[in-house]
Design a protein around this ligand. Structure first.
Ligand code: ZN
Ligand code: ZN
Length: 278
């Protein structure tokens, strides 16, 4: 809830006129409780998980882009992809839904703000860069840990059921993995707290990035190819292809951790019985 009753009161308190987006935000959120606003997170994630992989379903079913398919011998039917979506949604409502309800106090503790002012473009971009770097580094080590014998057999094996990933399989994992890998997502905003808008943009971009990484297609026109040290679909696809024995390509977004710690290998395919990676 914003502690001003009118736009004019808010302008006086801020010492300037509200921007257009701040006025829209004021009109929408001024009379709503902070908890109610925070609960929009689950709706947003539901929309991202449901809609963002949809174009990839079209791509897979039509076969029009097969020349970009990373593992062309593997094809998924509509029912295969729908089953994956159903499993992901089940996990989503049980684990992420519960987490959503209990995580509100931690949001308050770290100081993510909901009221005015909205973040400037500079603040937004700087925080997103920091969040991506912190997530990538932490995710690298947790993912690597999940590849130890116990972690793989008890938890991470579920995510690797898809040896040729598809968009809907990006959040497909054991419930414990969803919780464990939620830590790197939350760590950036906990260290450098921003506005809830930044939080929403962050989780949206992170999920869309994960969906692209699990797309199973290496499209030459994807904008992420312009980002230095960006891993991308082929990079992570290889990690899924090798599976449980994989000791490389652990990073979630960038490649620098794998490079620094010597795990950016691509010679494991031979260890998988000499199968060519295609
Ligand atoms: Zn893995
Ligand atoms: Zn994966």
């Amino acid at each position: 809830m914003i502690p001003y009753s009118t736009v004019q009161d808010a302008s006086v308190a801020l010492g300037r006129n509200l921007t257009w987006s701040e006025t829209v935000w004021f009109d929408y959120s001024a009379t709503k409780s902070n908890f109610y606003v925070y609960c929009h997170t689950i709706l947003l994630l539901f929309l991202v998980f449901s809609l963002a992989p949809l174009p990839l379903v079209f791509v897979e079913l039509t076969g029009w882009f097969d020349r970009y398919k990373i593992q062309p011998k593997v094809k998924y039917s509509f029912s295969d992809m729908f089953r994956c979506y159903k499993d992901v949604m089940q996990l989503f409502f049980i684990v992420v839904g519960t987490l959503q309800l209990v995580s509100y106090p931690s949001l308050q503790i770290v100081g993510i703000r909901i009221g005015l002012s909205l973040p400037s473009l500079m603040e937004l971009v700087a925080q997103l860069v920091v969040y991506f770097l912190i997530e990538d580094y932490t995710n690298y080590w947790l993912h690597r840990l999940l590849h130890c014998k116990w972690g793989y057999e008890k938890i991470h094996r579920v995510h690797h059921e898809y040896t040729s990933p598809i968009g809907y399989a990006s959040p497909y994992a054991h419930w414990a993995e969803v919780l464990i890998l939620g830590i790197p997502t939350f760590l950036g905003p906990a260290i450098v707290p921003g506005h809830i808008m930044t939080w929403w943009l962050w989780i949206t971009l992170r999920q869309i990035e994960a969906i692209e990484t699990h797309s199973g297609y290496d499209f030459p026109w994807t904008l992420t190819k312009c980002i230095p040290f960006y891993g991308g679909a082929e990079y992570h696809d290889y990690h899924h292809y090798v599976g449980g024995q994989s000791q490389s390509n652990f990073a979630s977004v960038f490649t620098y951790c794998d490079y620094i710690y010597g795990t950016d290998k691509k010679d494991e395919a031979e260890q998988k019985g000499g199968v060519k990676y295609d």
